[in-house]
Design a protein around this ligand. Sequence first.
Ligand SMILES: [Zn+2]
Length: 162
Amino acid sequence: MEIVYTPWRLPYVQAKPTDGCVFCAAQKAPPSFENLVVYSDENLLIMLNRFPYTNGHMLVVPRPHVSSLTGLEESHRCASVRALTLCEVLLRDLFRAHGVNVGLNLGQAAGAGIIDHLHWHILPRWIGDTNFCTVVSELRVIPEDLKATYDRLAGGFAGKTI
Ligand SMILES: [Zn+2]
């Protein structure tokens, strides 16, 4: 059996549960690697997923703490689609993505991990990226650590407005 070490995940595994909403908490400080926010404006945040499916897995998080699209103002819905568009551009440019998955899980039955504060997932895909480790052993191998991904995307968002 092959052993794969992922020491960068230890702080996440050992972290105490956060009181309250992690997305609301992330709004209280400027973008940084600590809160994983790579972009913020008056409507939304874009942040890295702390537990990514692959490199470049981002979350587009409208600022209001609501669980449904119906709870968002029109301006937040429009800004979210503009944000997803910029994310797609950066994933294709910076990660050479062949394709992009975009998803919104509303409610526990739909697979939402954080139910009360809606957020879009957007992640790059490459032809042939289905990894046998994930299929046979529930092990996910991610070739770039989170800090390097953060630096790459933060640089990509620098100077951009949504
Ligand atoms: Zn929230």
